[in-house]
Design a protein around this ligand. Sequence first.
Ligand SMILES: O=C(COP(=O)(O)O)[C@H](O)[C@H](O)COP(=O)(O)O
Length: 323
Amino acid sequence: MDDRVHPEVRRTATEIDTMEIRGAATIADAAARALRTQATESDAADAEAFRAELRTAARALYETRPTAVSLPNALRYVLRGMSSTTVEGLRQNVVESADEFRARLERAQADLGEVGANRLRDGDTIMTHCHSTDALACVEAAVEQGKHIEAVVKETRPRNQGHITAKRLDELGVPVTLIVDSAARRYLNDVDHVLVGADAVAADGSVVNKIGTSGLAVNARDRGTPIMVAAQTLKLHPGTMTGHTVDIEMRDTAEVVDDETLAELGNPTVKNPAFDVTPPRYVDAIVTERGQFPPESIVILMRELFGEGTSEPWAEPSSRVEP
Ligand SMILES: O=C(COP(=O)(O)O)[C@H](O)[C@H](O)COP(=O)(O)O
């Protein structure tokens, strides 16, 4: 890694890569915080060197995980605040943009939660997949509205992020039933909503989220269970408006099976995609801080927020994304 990259940025990049920092919103927040540190600690000699240093740091963060679009959206937001012509001015620009970004992210999640909570009725049971802070914000707001909510939580192999969800829901006072992923269809009869988050939402309304989301959505549609996706606008993928596809991360096969077991099995090929794509026809509503949208109309919101598209986070500014 380029030695201009501050150790704190390196550490954040490593933690995103190894998933100590994970989940799209949390990754975005950590990236903005890291760029802020790069700016406050920079000893760049002039404005040009400062800008180059920030872009290098942004690239190091960007190259960690490819799917969550909140990451490049966060980097873009912070870098586009750089309007000054002096090092001190630029430092101030980055600090302000990063602080503003993080505050808006928190507010967006709270606002989204209120919208999502309105879809939940007192006594409803939800089914969750993976761990999404946006999805949990909906449950938290519903509980604050005085509604009794219960949850069926899928463990979400291979990394069992469902365990984090179970713990958070317990902290909210929500009774949890934990199931293995393959039991989801069996328990769909008992739930009123499937509630998941998103790593990216494409212009056609497709939802990219943790592997297994699409199968769950197809089963839920078959059972007539509504599927709600909680995704603040930070998850909208501007590149998909101009034909780009979302890169699906393939992770280490050791997450699926350890080497010793693998050898005992005769070394079969193992695949470990981290995310999948749920087509819009299986999604009932995308809940954002700007209200709820049928997936097919999300492109209207995308155009409003991004114009006709965006470039790489470190490219020259042309538009700005609001988290
Ligand atoms: O798929 C995941 C996390 O995957 P991983 O564990 O591989 O990062 C979450 O559903 C989304 O990122 C949304 O999370 P949030 O709502 O917190 O942004």
